[in-house]
Ligand binder design. Structure first.
Ligand SMILES: [Zn+2]
Length: 86
């Protein structure tokens, strides 16, 4: 298995922890704690992935964070002095 594929999947696993907001692992897939021979075979074929509940959790966390940033930006724009009042 090319080292670049393994490194990519290892990084995806670690980024998954950040995006999921925790240290939990799954019984299978890219968030499995310890990869075995079958997982390395899946990785070599590009088949290691987040499961559906992980994908949903990541999407929801990013959506909440994004919505928070949009609200903050809108609040800043609404509270900023208006240039068109001149
Ligand atoms: Zn981990």
């Amino acid at each position: 298995m090319p080292a670049s594929l393994l490194l990519g999947d290892a990084l995806a696993h670690e980024i998954g922890h950040v995006l999921l907001g925790g240290t939990d692992h799954a019984p299978g897939g890219i968030m499995k704690a310890r990869w075995g021979k079958a997982d390395f075979q899946d990785a070599a074929m590009g088949l290691l992935a987040f499961n559906s509940s992980e994908r949903t959790a990541i999407w929801e966390r990013l959506s909440v964070q994004s919505a928070g940033r949009v609200k903050k930006k809108l609040r800043q724009e609404l509270e900023a002095p208006q240039d068109d009042a001149r």
